[in-house]
Design a protein around this ligand. Structure first.
Ligand code: HPA
Length: 233
């Protein structure tokens, strides 16, 4: 059953999978928040684990950085392992002045500068969007946890070190909240293959103010994002 990139057996991966970019973060999430944890993948060091959270079976799979990488893992999870719900948990750079370090952002839709959608040969531009059900549940769960969230458009960029340092300002003018590098491909794979997807992010830096989070801030806000994701799992 193992696929090219995921060395698991059928049934070892839960129907709901959390996807942090960093595989060591996947390990940390599994060890910190789940019980009865079983590792199922270490191919290319892209660790995956399945465990229990409040009676629900949940997996956590590293996605790697960027759309080619999350495109591979999400495709195999859905098409080969029957995964139904994919929730990316990651960090982002703020594009708006009213987003503070540590704020939680939920990607209702994801703009992109990537060519990923060209494979579908559409006669126009596709709008990659989150699952409304997962989005509504995440907003409700954030409210219950008293965590303020910003819900809106995000940018999935292929470029971290842009040759034009002001390129992001055009997305800012369109009201895009934050930049990351994976959500658009995740949303397109989910749409094409019939699964539900959502992206929950915490602001780790700001392109507006050049502020960056401290390790301590990251720890605290990361926990809030994880609670929202696990409650809707
Ligand atoms: N750009 C892209 N991805 C990111 C950033 C950023 O500034 N911060 C966190 N993820």
């Amino acid at each position: 059953m193992a696929t090219v990139h995921i060395g698991a057996e059928k049934g070892q991966i839960a129907e709901t999978v959390l996807l942090p970019g960093d595989p060591l973060r996947a390990k940390f999430i599994a060890e910190t928040f789940l019980t009865d944890v079983k590792p199922y993948n270490s191919i290319r060091g892209m660790l995956g684990f399945t465990g229990m959270y409040k009676g629900k079976r949940v997996s956590v799979q590293g996605s790697g950085m960027g759309m080619p990488s999350i495109g591979i893992y999400s495709h195999e999870l859905i098409a080969q392992f029957g995964v139904k719900n994919l929730i990316r948990v990651g960090s982002c750079g703020a594009l708006q002045a009213d987003l503070n370090l540590g704020d939680v952002v939920i990607g209702m839709a994801a703009c992109t500068n990537s060519a990923y959608m060209h494979q579908y040969e559409l006669p126009g531009a596709y709008a990659p969007i989150a699952s409304y059900e997962l989005l509504a549940n995440a907003v409700a769960s954030a409210k219950e946890l008293s965590v303020k969230v910003h819900v809106g458009n995000i940018l999935s960029s292929d470029i971290f070190y842009d040759d034009n340092p002001d390129a992001w300002k055009k997305w800012q003018k369109m009201g895009v909240l934050a930049v990351e590098m994976e959500a658009a491909a995740l949303y397109m794979n989910a749409a094409r293959l019939g699964a539900k997807a959502l992206t929950i992010l915490t602001v780790s830096d700001s392109l507006v103010t050049h502020a960056q989070t401290t390790a301590e801030q990251r720890e605290k806000t990361f926990t809030q994002m994880m609670q929202i994701a696990l409650e809707i799992a």
